[in-house]
Design a protein around this ligand. Structure first.
Ligand SMILES: *Cc1c(COP(=O)(O)O)cnc(C)c1O
Length: 423
């Protein structure tokens, strides 16, 4: 495969941006390659700067559940552009999108639109603290909630309760109020509440984890989180930035039948534009300015182009009755192919990860036993065969409705033929 032009662009990029990228996950360093520069995306295919075409299973990390450049979304965006790119004032699109969100996520009684998942999570946590007047929060090792200071933590080596910054530039004071628990281990959460019964504002969780690779919640895990938080007067926050509109049209909360107090949406909700949302119980959201004392604002929040894209995409989801069944069926074909190749695979709906470890992956610790070198070999094999997947062991493969049965079958054939490198 000739990737000369991508290489030339990458050389220029490294002189202009840290590592040549605008988000670290786009770098191919961990799989021993250079990033491809994409010039075009349509349906389930992306084309790089040298004209090579790939079947894409990154799908922009989740937003493109209908595939790239869906005509209904492109049409809505084009029309919206003609009316102006930003108003910095109220407009009807905000209402239509919020009504759609609320129709599918009834737990989101009041909603605020923002521009990124990071911003939405940060704001939801602030709302939880403002409402409960408590400082601490619990997050799970291996769950990602964007790059705000207080959420970039890893658990310390000693006590379960220790959290230390997981990034340079984050003072330890900024993470002192973030406690770490173990995914799929409700007892680790109970212990923290017993230790700090009156000072934990919220538990935040990816209801199906997809940022340590895909790790589904075990039986009763989410239910236990619901019960423990209610018992101690803390809030339960579902970070549904990936799972929202993906596991079902009503997200993980509908899929698993557990209702959180606050929900964070991103990715799919913006139809490929920079838009995210947070919302939840009315009395909690009434703490937000201008109603309440919790400040949060945004120049481009509820941007008319972004809301137009979100509305168009969600409308398509509503009008595609076989959508989730089809996504599940397509993903199952790939899962079975991976199993036939003897690979260890976790799948939840249209999210899946092949883990290069002999262990069952149920939390961050077991995920970390995966062999990154072995994944890198698998990644390069797929890419060489025209299949574009995440350049990291700890990300999901995203299946979209645009993945044709032929392309799924072709991908399955290629996966089945993979021979893991002996080491
Ligand atoms: C992507 C992601 C975020 C952050 O969203 P950005 O729009 O990248 O800031 C937060 N939480 C989860 C679960 C995510 O997958």
């Amino acid at each position: 495969m000739n990737t000369q032009r991508s290489s030339a662009l990458f050389k220029k990029a490294v002189g202009l941006m840290p590592g040549g990228v605008n988000s670290p996950v786009r770098a191919f360093g961990s799989v021993g390659a250079e990033p491809l520069f994409i010039s075009k995306a349509q349906g389930d295919r992306i084309t790089d700067a040298d004209g090579n075409e790939y079947i894409d299973y990154v799908c922009s990390w989740g937003p493109d559940i209908l595939g790239h450049a869906h005509p209904a979304v492109i049409g809505a965006v084009t029309k919206a552009c003609e009316r102006g790119l930003t108003f910095g004032a109220c407009h009807e699109g905000e209402i239509i999108l919020a009504e759609k969100i609320k129709a599918h996520f009834p737990s989101m009684e009041l909603i605020r639109l923002v521009s990124s998942g990071t911003e939405a999570v940060m704001s939801a946590v602030r709302a939880a603290r403002g409402f409960t007047r408590r400082s601490r929060i619990i997050k799970f090792d291996g769950c990602y909630h964007g790059h705000s200071d207080g959420l970039l933590v890893k658990s310390g080596s000693g006590l379960l309760t220790d959290s230390i910054p997981d990034s340079a530039g984050v003072p330890s004071g900024f993470t002192d109020n973030t406690l770490s628990a173990r995914y799929n281990d409700a007892d680790s959460v109970r212990e923290l509440f017993e230790r700090f019964p009156d000072s934990i504002a919220a538990v935040i969780v990816e209801p199906c984890a997809a940022n340590m690779g895909v790790v589904a919640p075990g039986d009763g895990f989410l239910k236990a989180l619901r019960e423990i938080t209610s018992q101690y007067g803390a809030l339960l926050i579902f970070d549904e930035v990936i799972t929202g509109f993906r596991l079902s049209i009503g997200g993980a909360q509908q899929y698993y039948g557990i209702t959180p107090d606050l929900t964070v949406l991103g990715k799919i909700v913006g139809g490929g534009m920079p838009l995210a949302a947070y919302g939840g119980r009315r009395e909690v959201m009434e703490q937000i300015a201008p109603l309440g004392a919790v400040y949060q604002a945004g120049t481009l929040s509820g941007n008319p182009i972004a809301t137009a894209a979100g509305i168009a995409q969600i409308t398509q989801l509503e009008q595609t009755p076989d959508l989730y069944e089809a996504l599940d069926r397509k993903a199952a074909v790939l899962e079975n192919a991976a199993k036939k190749a003897g690979l260890n695979v976790n799948r939840c709906g249209s999210l899946m990860t092949v883990f290069f470890t002999g262990n069952k992956v149920t939390d961050y610790e077991s995920a970390q036993t995966a062999d990154r070198g072995a994944y890198a070999d698998y990644f390069r094999y797929l890419l060489k065969n025209g299949i574009y997947t995440a350049p990291s062991q700890f990300e999901a493969m995203f299946i979209s409705y645009a993945h044709s049965n032929q392309d799924i079958a072709l991908t399955a054939q290629i996966i089945e033929k993979y021979k893991p490198k002996e080491n």
